[in-house]
Design a protein around this ligand. Structure first.
Ligand code: ADP
Ligand code: MG
Length: 259
């Protein structure tokens, strides 16, 4: 066994199926993500990218297969060799290991940037206000927005709001971060600052699954690119290979739109 195989994956998705009514959206997704790995997921609209992220985060329950994050099967516990469905409270605990950033930043509009960040650590994790504020100020520094701690979302640009949303997600100290098209709602001139923040996180060793159409980010910051279409993974590999020399016609057709 070599060193790479010896590392336990942080995320292990196996044969993940998900349907909405008659529509089968995920048709057997297998994906491992190693600790510290940055995986970019590309694919046309409707291919199931968001649904997959939402399943990893248990915002959606899967129909078949399994998703293990940090050694725990999402939604289940293993007891005496049997899988048991977890109650909502226990699922909430599992979900706290996973941070998620959405296309729409979803900050609480009536709270300042700082209040947005400390809300979960105080409310859910029962940290003291002082402790939570200390961490929040560190995170604000990390996303370059210390001077905006007391600003309300409406006083911030879209890029700044998204960086606050990233800081908020980090405040729960997640083992895994999921990003669902984090720059798609931004004006083009604001995309760069959010990607730079994400690149920093990648450099610092955070494990990330990023759904994005930002090919440049995939090439520069990702360890692996995954191309999804029609609810399956069509192709995956090193970003330079998948993006520069795609093997599958569907990957080629998709990428041709970006050139
Ligand atoms: P992507 O993120 O790749 O654009 P999605 O995962 O959002 O794709 O959606 C994949 C398919 O699943 C789409 O056809 C979408 O309409 C459908 N879908 C997603 N969420 C739901 C839902 N909650 N109910 C019904 N259909 C859904
Ligand atoms: Mg989507």
């Amino acid at each position: 066994m070599n060193a790479v195989e010896a590392v336990q994956p942080l995320v292990q998705a196996r044969n993940v199926h998900k349907a909405f009514g008659e529509v089968e959206v995920l048709k057997g997704i297998d994906l491992d993500v190693a600790p510290g790995e940055v995986v970019v997921v590309l694919g046309p609209s409707g291919s199931g990218k968001s649904t997959f992220l939402r399943c990893v985060n248990h915002l959606e329950a899967i129909d078949r297969g399994s998703i293990v994050v940090a050694g725990e099967q999402i939604g289940y516990s293993l007891h005496n060799g049997r899988l048991n469905k977890l109650p909502a409270r226990a699922i909430a605990v599992q979900r706290r290991q996973i941070g998620m950033v959405f296309q729409q930043f979803n900050l609480y509009p009536h709270m300042t940037a700082l209040q947005n960040i400390i809300e979960a650590p105080i409310g859910v994790h029962k940290q003291s206000r002082r402790q939570a504020t200390e961490l929040a100020m560190e995170l604000l520094a990390r996303v370059g927005l210390t001077h905006k701690a007391d600003a309300y979302p409406r006083q911030l640009s879209g890029g700044q709001q998204q960086r606050i949303a990233i800081a908020r997600a980090l405040a729960i100290k997640p083992k895994l971060m999921l990003f669902d098209e984090p720059t798609s709602a931004l004006d083009p001139e604001l995309v760069g600052e959010v990607l730079a923040t994400m690149r920093d996180l990648a450099d610092q060793g955070l494990t990330m699954i990023v759904v994005t159409h930002e090919i440049g980010f995939a090439r520069e910051a990702a360890d692996r690119a995954v191309f999804m279409d029609g609810g399956i993974i069509v192709e995956q590999g090193r970003p330079d290979d998948v993006l520069g020399n795609p093997q599958h016609p569907r990957t080629r057709a998709f990428l041709s739109r970006f050139i």
